[in-house]
Every structure is written in C-alpha cells, then in structure tokens.
Design a protein around this ligand. Structure first.
Ligand SMILES: *[C@@H]1O[C@H](CO)[C@@H](O)[C@H](O)[C@H]1NC(C)=O
Ligand SMILES: *[C@@H]1O[C@H](CO)[C@@H](O)[C@H](O)[C@H]1NC(C)=O
Ligand SMILES: *[C@@H]1O[C@H](CO)[C@@H](O)[C@H](O)[C@H]1NC(C)=O
Length: 287
C-alpha cells in the first residue's frame, strides 16, 4: 500500500517543473507519514482561547453576540493543500466515512452494493476533501427552483457567485465571474496528452470550447478549479481564515458535540465534546 502511494506521489511531483528538491522531499515525507499513520494523522489542535471566551459573561449581557464554532474534525495542513493528494485525503480521517445504504441498481461493484458517500470532517467541510472542481450547475435548474422560491433563480444567485469569487481564467465570460472575492478559481494547468486530443477532436466536430460557468453551458472545456496558485482553496481558506482575527469569534476543532443545552436563550453547556482519537470526554463547558 505504502509503495503505491509513494509511486503516485512521485509521478505527480516529477511532472511539476521548477520544483526545488527540498520541496519534493518534504512532500514525499508527508506522504510517507500519511501512508503509515493515515487513521491518526492530523494537525495538532489549538484551543488556547476557548475558556476565555465562554467565561466572559459580562460581554454576553451587553447584547453583543459571541460566536463559538465547534468542529468535529481537524484543520487543513500541507497535505490536504496538494490537489494531487485528494485521493488519499478521502481515505483519511478528514472523511466521515459514510456509506450509502445497499442499492439495487447501482454501486454494483462495491462490497454489499454500498457506495462511499464522501463528506468532509474538518474546518472547511467537504471542500477539504473534494476534487476542487468549480461547477455551478445548470442555469435552468436554478430558474426552476427560483420559480417557487424567490431569490434562487440564476440571476439572483449569480450576484453571490460573483461576490465570493476571484477568477483568473484564460477562457472566461467575464460578466459571469467575480474578481474581488476570496475564493480563488483558476485553470488546472497540468493535463495529460489525451486532453489535448479530446479538445482537438471536439473542435473538429464543430463543438464549442467554452467557459462552462458562463453564457453557454453546452460544449467542451478544461477544468476550472478552486485553487490558489495551484494549492487547494477550501471554504476554510476563503471564508473562515479571514475572520479568525475577530475578537468575538472562536473556533475549536476536534470537538464533537452531541448535545447543547440552552436556557433562557443563553448557551449553558456543550456536552460530550470528544477528542476524536482518544475516545474520551475532553471537557464540559459550564457557564
Ligand atoms: C506514526 O505514528 C507514530 C505514533 O505517533 C510515530 O511514532 C511514527 O513516527 C509515525 N510514523 C511516521 C512515518 O511518521
Ligand atoms: C474589492 O474588495 C475590497 C474589500 O472588500 C473593497 O474595499 C474594494 O473596493 C473592492 N474593489 C472593487 C474593484 O470592487
Ligand atoms: C485575485 O487573484 C489575483 C491573481 O491571483 C491576485 O493578484 C489578486 O490579489 C486577487 N484578489 C483578491 C481580492 O484576492
């Protein structure tokens, strides 16, 4: 198993030009650590300010809100940042490991006919484990939803798609993309030769090569990816990290909460906060 991982990593790393040798060694080491320890492999947790936040009762009475974000999983790290490592990340604890119920007509190649249902466990959720493809979906679907749910038609959601996005794409219908948001969307740069042939064939047959998140969605394209300078740009990097300096916000990772008690609209206690791998109750929060 380990050998296979290293082989893939090597194949991936040698493709990228101008990468210093130390960097290659660094990522190979990460991959080896992962291959050996992948079920317990995570970044250290940081809960320095947690109690301070909860115990500041006075602030709560002023009517200003304080926000505590409890996340069952860990935080991203250099390993999850590498797009080519995505197939390994889904095999780690960054994935909840759900399975679909046994199916009758699909998932036939899986044990017990149960497909893997990959959902991310970590700050940034499934954007930490996905393959980073930026695909908004079909405009007509949004318009269908919008016909019964005001605000969900494509015209309305496009405003938000653009607001959060910073696109830098070679082939782009500019009015469909934003350029001042925090989610970076770029072209995937490394492609096998077959992709070039595919494009050529599409052109020969008179198909459009287009921006599939743009005006016309019927045609061929290479992938638009949620990456920043080639590394994963998760929801954590785009939306959570920029807010971490706020005084009224705290984030605690490795905190699986099974119950939250609220009395008179005030948060009293979060119970059974577990530290994932130690499988024991870590602490209770009491006002
Ligand atoms: C795997 O984890 C163990 C226990 O934490 C550690 O001692 C060992 O060095 C790790 N192996 C690698 C290759 O990182
Ligand atoms: C880009 O966003 C920043 C911060 O939100 C804002 O100050 C600036 O005016 C925006 N620039 C443009 C061109 O919209
Ligand atoms: C958008 O991306 C470009 C190219 O990567 C970068 O130069 C620019 O600073 C980014 N803008 C924002 C608002 O992050």
């Amino acid at each position: 198993m380990k050998l296979i991982y290293c082989f893939f990593a090597f194949a991936f790393l040698v493709k990228a030009k101008d990468v210093p040798e130390e960097m290659v060694q660094y990522y190979l080491k990460l991959l080896e650590e992962y291959a050996t320890n992948f079920t317990i492999w995570e970044h250290p947790t940081d809960n320095r300010n947690f109690f301070q936040l909860i115990n500041e009762e006075a602030e709560a009475k002023t009517g200003r809100f304080k926000v505590l974000v409890l996340e069952a999983g860990g935080r991203e790290n250099d390993f999850t940042d590498v797009p080519g490592f995505a197939p390994y990340v889904v095999r780690s604890d960054y994935n909840w490991g759900y399975k679909a119920i046994p199916q009758k007509r699909c998932c036939l190649g899986f044990k017990n006919k149960q497909c893997n249902y990959i959902r991310g466990r970590g700050v940034g959720g499934s954007t930490v484990v996905n393959y980073m493809m930026y695909v908004r979906g079909n405009k007509e679907d949004f318009d269908k939803w919008g016909s019964k749910n005001p605000g969900w038609d494509y015209e309305s959601v496009l405003h938000y798609f653009k607001k959060y996005q910073n696109a830098s794409l070679r082939l782009e219908d500019a009015i469909y993309h934003g350029h001042n948001g925090s989610l970076s969307v770029e072209d995937v740069r490394l492609y096998p030769e077959a992709v070039k042939l595919f494009r050529k064939a599409a052109k020969q047959r008179g198909r459009d090569i287009l921006d599939y998140n743009g005006e016309d969605q019927y045609g061929y394209s290479t992938i638009q990816a949620m990456t920043k300078k080639g590394t994963r740009c998760s929801a954590n990097k785009a939306f959570v990290e920029p807010t971490m300096g706020r005084k009224n916000l705290e984030l605690l990772d490795h905190a699986l909460v099974t119950r939250i008690l609220i009395e008179n609209k005030i948060f009293v206690m979060a119970r059974n906060i577990m530290q994932q791998h130690r499988k024991k109750s870590l602490f209770q929060v009491v006002r």
